[in-house]
Write a protein that binds this ligand. Sequence first.
Ligand SMILES: NC(=O)c1ccc[n+]([C@@H]2O[C@H](COP(=O)([O-])OP(=O)(O)OC[C@H]3O[C@@H](n4cnc5c(N)ncnc54)[C@H](OP(=O)(O)O)[C@@H]3O)[C@@H](O)[C@H]2O)c1
Length: 246
Amino acid sequence: MLDLAEDTVIVISGGSRGFGRGLAAEMLEDGFRVATFSRKESPFVRSALRDFPERFLWKPLDGTDGEGIRSFTRAVIQRFGRIDALINNAAIGTDGILTLMPEADIHTLVSLNLEAVILLTRACLKSMMEQGRGCIVNISSVNALRGHAGVSVYSATKAALDGLTRSLAREVGSLGIRVNSVAPGYFDSDMSHGLREDQKKRVIRRTPLGRMGTVSDMVGAIRFLISENAGFITGQTLVVDGGLTC
Ligand SMILES: NC(=O)c1ccc[n+]([C@@H]2O[C@H](COP(=O)([O-])OP(=O)(O)OC[C@H]3O[C@@H](n4cnc5c(N)ncnc54)[C@H](OP(=O)(O)O)[C@@H]3O)[C@@H](O)[C@H]2O)c1
């Protein structure tokens, strides 16, 4: 369980853009220590390295590189001494009709959206087990809960994350470690920029709260799940979609 002391160490995969960037920025503003990776440095990464040299760690890394994941985790421990929370966020949203999808795209989706999450989680768990506390949040999707044509492989990876959440929660609960998923609806980021205007309008029409999500909607859900307020919540998927799936 996290009490979010100022020296809390949060690992966020894919913290350079989109939701990962928003979360990393807020956690840094709150005084926490943040470690993240992405393939490319972004303007945010450059400014965070400049503004928070003591509390921000970023490595250039492709999440599909298993050895890279292990050395990233070692670098976090070496720098900050431990890992309190892990947010498995990095993912790609490659879409396509399954029968037309190149095999390479299928492998990359499964490798980053699922296998990398499992490997990073395993690497971070060691430090949490040593401390007897910790918190993991897997970023899933409403696509894990409802079928949508054109995203079957992406949906499969996200539904698998929810399965990982439930079983791992049972495995590590007695060690003081909580594991949950957040399933966002569509929110504004590079990933959702691929949606056409008519698709966005349809999503908004079907959403009881009448709008797309925002990065700060998602950050709010994470803040809750890693806080003491969620101290008795584990193995769950928190859907943050304005009611789209209700
Ligand atoms: N946006 C939505 O509407 C939406 C809806 C439901 C769920 N989600 C989920 O929310 C999470 C965040 O999505 P987002 O919209 O913020 O995505 P995004 O804007 O595309 O950002 C993705 C982040 O992951 C990193 N990344 C991508 N491929 C990587 C790789 N191979 N290795 C390491 N890092 C990699 C990116 O940096 P680099 O490209 O530099 O590597 C970037 O920092 C994802 O898990 C996504 O599936 C999003």
